[in-house]
Design a protein around this ligand. Sequence first.
Ligand SMILES: Cc1cc2nc3c(=O)[nH]c(=O)nc-3n(C[C@H](O)[C@H](O)[C@H](O)COP(=O)(O)O)c2cc1C
Length: 150
Amino acid sequence: MGDFATGVTVITTNDDDGNPHSMTANSFTSVCLDPPVVLVCVAHGTNTYGFLESTGRFGVNILSQNQQELGALFARKPEDRDEGVQYNYTLGEAGVPILEGSMVFFGCEVLDSHVYGDHTIYIGEVKEMLRNESKEPLMFFRSRWYNPGK
Ligand SMILES: Cc1cc2nc3c(=O)[nH]c(=O)nc-3n(C[C@H](O)[C@H](O)[C@H](O)COP(=O)(O)O)c2cc1C
């Protein structure tokens, strides 16, 4: 799978206290356009899995080239995340946190989910979309960031 070059997203959810939570993910794809539906695969060992199960909502923030540091930050467990890295959230119409500075944001409601092995596939209907056309995408390839902007 490492030979399949992808973009990089951060999946945003709300934790049990309602605070924003983020996780880096590249298992994101479009499912259909009408209605607008996307999917993401979430490992059962992640915090995000528990938060998605309880809230039924998630955000997909497609990272731009200048957010590589955030991609690396949110790939770590919360207890290992560097507190010095700066980022901000706003709240989307779908009640999902938006990671500021991302290229695209989709606010999604879970329509369906399927368990396969150690992951669950979440199928989400896009309720909100924000797009910043001036940004270029961060990419991931062979276990490394692929960032022409750096
Ligand atoms: C480029 C990249 C892509 C990733 N994609 C996924 C993914 O699609 N699904 C997943 O469950 N974890 C993925 N991960 C791993 C999670 O980001 C990592 O387990 C994270 O610590 C989970 O955070 P959480 O437990 O606080 O939710 C990816 C990591 C990287 C670096």
